[in-house]
Design a protein around this ligand. Structure first.
Ligand SMILES: Cc1ncc(COP(=O)(O)O)c(C=O)c1O
Length: 395
């Protein structure tokens, strides 16, 4: 491992985006490695060579999709038939959100740290189906308190679904998913389903999803996995699949009879897939996942992420004008902090951007977020910290 870390500078040449900047926006989007870009290009060429519309391309597409589901399932610790290929996290959340059999008066609980796209979907579901939803205060458990207790206090006998992020995108808190699922499934006679937004956990945490017993887990390839944008996925546990109807439906969702008419859903996660997609992206994401695995196991990568985020957190904590949201070392790659001297976070982000140091602001809580990946460098973090100090001492 030491050798791999000492060779990170050359390893980073796999990612062309890293050549000209100091990158801390992995939670927004990861840099695509060269081998993925090449694989995507080669796949598009192959489609042209074999088709584009032909029996050979159809067979190739089916095989590519199967390989993709298998690669994702191996990372998540589940069976490939539980995986649906989507475009992104938000589509993955929309599938269970619209697919559940909502009845007027049903209750949906979400945390106060969920993504605006998900909140907007819930608001529309409330409008159409006359359900109730409420928000529980998880953000305040970042440094003290127990998120499981907070959730327990906010569940109701008629709660049908809990939506929770596995890692909170704003504060970086990692939630105890297994415990939360256990609570939801057992608190009342009728089990409450759990949809986890995995935008910030897939590609970061070593996962054994089947052991968590989570019902739905929505993720994307384009953030911490460093795959191409436009390809994500959804895990639906085999137990709940029969009770989750597809909402958007197309050729890929259905079984057909001899004369091509629909006669039922595909028996597995494909039932939530729809129609023609950018299939060459599959090979791009597979190559990205395999590159990460060649570097180290999921546990080794996560340990390295935590070491680097601790390094960043420690350095930031020593600056009197900075307050890290977390009072203890981060549990993942997201480090969120505030300026305490009244200076603007937007101006800080612009100032850093002008030096090719890329971080972002978050609106709630009002803060700046810097992300580190396993291939981030201490030297890069040093540059970020020096630049923040320079911003603070300006004027
Ligand atoms: C927690 C969370 N959910 C959802 C999303 C939206 O992801 P996507 O663009 O893949 O739909 C993001 C993106 O940053 C996120 O952080």
């Amino acid at each position: 491992m030491d050798q791999k870390i000492s060779q990170l500078s050359s390893y980073r040449q796999n990612f062309p985006a890293l050549a000209n900047k100091n990158y801390f926006n992995y939670g927004g989007q990861g840099p695509i490695p060269n081998i993925s870009l090449q694989a995507i290009y080669d796949s598009y060429q192959k489609v042209q060579y074999l088709g584009p519309f032909s029996q050979k391309v159809s067979e190739w597409v089916i095989n590519e999709a199967a390989l993709m589901r298998r690669a994702i399932a191996a990372e998540l610790g589940v069976f490939p038939d539980t995986i649906t290929l989507t475009e992104d996290v938000t589509v993955g959340c929309n599938i269970p959100l619209w697919g559940l059999d909502w009845q007027a008066g049903d209750h949906l609980l979400l945390s106060d740290c969920e993504h605006p796209g998900v909140i907007a979907t819930i608001q529309e579901i409330r409008r159409r189906f006359h359900i109730e939803f409420s928000t529980c205060p998880i953000m305040e458990t970042l440094n003290e308190g127990n998120p499981v207790k907070v959730i327990k206090q906010n569940l109701r006998p008629h709660t049908k679904l809990l939506i929770i992020s596995h890692i909170l995108w704003n504060t970086g808190q990692v939630l105890p998913l297994t415990e939360i699922v256990k609570l939801c499934h057992n608190l009342f006679p009728s089990p409450i389903k759990v949809l986890a937004d995995a935008a910030q956990s897939v590609g970061v945490l070593p996962l054994k999803l089947a052991e968590t017993e989570v019902d739905f887990y929505a993720f994307t390839g384009h953030k911490w996995w460093c795959g191409p944008e436009g390809l994500g996925g959804l895990y639906v546990s085999a137990k709940v699949r029969e009770n989750l109807s597809p909402t958007f439906i197309g050729l890929r969702s259905i079984l057909r009879n001899k004369i091509g008419k629909p006669i039922g859903w595909k028996p597995d996660g494909r039932r939530y897939e729809i129609s023609t997609s950018a299939y060459p992206l599959y090979s791009g994401l597979r190559h990205a996942i395999s590159l990460h695995n060649q570097w180290g196991t999921a546990t080794e990568r996560y340990e390295r992420i935590k070491k680097l985020s601790a390094y960043l957190w420690e350095n930031l904590s020593e600056i009197p004008e900075i307050r890290c949201l977390r009072k203890a070392k981060p549990e993942a790659g997201l480090v969120s902090f505030q300026l305490t001297n009244g200076k603007s976070h937007e101006e800080l982000v612009d100032f850093l951007g002008s030096q090719e140091i890329l971080v972002r602001t978050i609106l709630d809580p009002d803060c700046v977020r810097a992300c580190v990946h396993y291939f981030s460098l201490e030297a890069e973090i040093d540059k970020l910290v020096i630049a923040i100090k320079a911003f603070i001492s300006r004027n």
